[in-house]
Design a protein around this ligand. Sequence first.
Ligand code: NAP
Length: 289
Amino acid sequence: MVVGGTGLVGGALVRAWRERGAQVAATSRRGPAAGDFLSMDMTDSDSIRRAMAAWRPDVVAVPAADPYVDGCERDPVNTRRVNVLGTLAVARAGRESGARVIFFSSDYVFDGVQGVYTEEDIPSPINEYGRQKAETERGVLADNARNLVIRTSGVYGWQSEPKNFALQVRSRLSAGQEMRVAGDVRYNPTFADDLAEITAALASTGAAGIYHVVGADRLSRAAFAARVARAFGLDESLIRPVSSAEFGTIAPRPKESSLRTDKVLAAVGAAPVGVDAGLVRMRATMPAR
Ligand SMILES: NC(=O)c1ccc[n+]([C@@H]2O[C@H](COP(=O)([O-])OP(=O)(O)OC[C@H]3O[C@@H](n4cnc5c(N)ncnc54)[C@H](OP(=O)(O)O)[C@@H]3O)[C@@H](O)[C@H]2O)c1
């Protein structure tokens, strides 16, 4: 079962598991109104119970979240209800029905001072979103020793609404508009389908605990935007690298939140590709216009 099957990561997980021949149910808060989806709102324990009883999954992946970093800072109470309490309610229901849970966490559990973090480094979040992710990781792992936490970062891929950063860059540059992008924030952009396929491979090994699953390149946002421009044949001179302080975002961002992937590589013999290969794959998945 994929909780949040309508999202960028959730949609890729559904495809990856189906390609492996698994029977997959995906949920949405909108339920059948969103097509072939089970209805589940993580803040409504009855809807969690109903969906679990209807499908009786053996693995429950939770990419569902309220993932907007500034939104979490602005409204910690309501976002915590979804991101922490909702996820932990799903984890509890999963354990009670014999399922193990895969929770999607973030590079933002780190403060970004040291960079190149391993799974053994101690979380030190500097914003509310990161604090919620760190708290949920602890809760999910304490709930069931079979549970798995995947930390990922800067996920990009095709989606019908251009919500992720790569598609935003593409639409701004296609319209000939200049784009200011942080040049002093480094991370590992991660291709969604790659993240999903490696998660499915890891799940099939019965892996538990924390794994970092992020793209091979460690880049600034501005450098990634330039690679997106090149991949889509757009004018990269429209990208203007600026300091993140110039954006004046509500939530502080870690400066260097890159993650090591040695552990997942050792476990499944693969880790996500770098951005050039990821963007080629992304282009190949996009509908022809
Ligand atoms: N995208 C990134 O760059 C990135 C980086 C690091 C970590 N992550 C983490 O990876 C996960 C997936 O991210 P994403 O980019 O795929 O997010 P997304 O595209 O915004 O999808 C979020 C999903 O959560 C569902 N959802 C929201 N509130 C819910 C609730 N109360 N109950 C049940 N479902 C709910 C939404 O489904 P409906 O609206 O259909 O209900 C949607 O399917 C998140 O945990 C995020 O924090 C993402």
